[in-house]
Design a protein around this ligand. Structure first.
Ligand SMILES: Nc1ncnc2c1ncn2[C@@H]1O[C@H](COP(=O)(O)OP(=O)(O)O)[C@@H](O)[C@H]1O
Ligand SMILES: [Mg+2]
Length: 217
């Protein structure tokens, strides 16, 4: 069983959107998948509650129960668990990162906030977890995106080659308990999620080839 965490210290960066979209992509890929919602706002749970077809297990749990719940999911034959984390909570981010095989750090590229992204990256370095920053809300034009790419590279951290652009399809689908690839299968958002899933699956499968990030890097 693989564990993927979606972590960033900023709210509204797209953590839940990415967690749900990747979970649905994994399910379509034939995997037994579950989302664990560690955020008191329970956005992923609400998404699961209004979802009608192809139900997908979403559980809200306290981070302190994570080891037990992960063990139970493993025994139940789960292939992939996605941890949807809250903003700000450093302790929960650490609890989620520790058992994870890979961590995605979504960052808004339209209002690039280097300091906030760096806090999350430093946290991941401290637990030596393989991770990558994924740029979200990428605008069609603007210097911020180039700055964001450079900012990520300057930290010596992987930058996901797939970027998610600012698209209405993401928000529209989310409100209906769907994902962009389900609500609008031929949309550009759907292609972006397909690319992000392929990238993430590769990272999870090839986790042994990752060089652990030295905390001193
Ligand atoms: N690439 C995007 N384009 C447009 N809207 C997006 C995009 N990514 C996320 N959203 C929307 O932005 C809002 C915040 O996203 P969410 O995933 O809940 O962030 P977080 O979980 O990090 O707080 C939601 O309404 C979501 O549908
Ligand atoms: Mg969220």
């Amino acid at each position: 069983m693989k564990v993927l965490s979606i972590i960033t210290q900023k709210g509204g960066a797209g953590k839940t959107t990415i967690a749900t979209a990747l979970a649905v992509a994994a399910q379509k890929d034939g995997k037994e998948v579950a989302i664990l919602d560690l955020d008191d706002q329970a956005t992923a749970c609400f998404w699961g509650d209004v979802r009608q077809d192809n139900p997908l297990p979403v559980k809200d749990i306290k981070a302190v129960r994570l080891p037990h719940v992960l063990e139970a999911l493993k025994e139940a034959g789960c292939d992939l668990v996605i941890l949807d984390c809250p903003a700000v909570h450093r302790d929960i981010a650490m609890d989620a990162a520790s058992p994870s095989d890979f961590v995605l750090i979504p960052t808004r590229a339209d209002v690039f906030d280097f300091r906030s992204m760096r806090q999350t990256v430093d946290l991941m370095k401290s637990v030596e977890q393989p991770c990558a920053v994924v740029l979200n809300f990428v605008p069609p034009v603007g210097q911020e995106v180039a700055d964001a790419r450079e900012g990520v590279k300057s930290l010596g951290i992987a930058l996901c080659p797939v970027e998610l652009h600012q698209r209405k399809a993401y928000a529209r689908a989310q409100q209906q308990g769907l994902t962009a690839q389900e609500a609008e299968p031929s949309s550009l958002a759907a292609s972006e999620i397909a690319g992000l899933y392929a990238y993430t699956r590769m990272q999870l499968e090839e986790e042994s080839t990752h060089v652990a990030i030295a905390s001193s890097a």
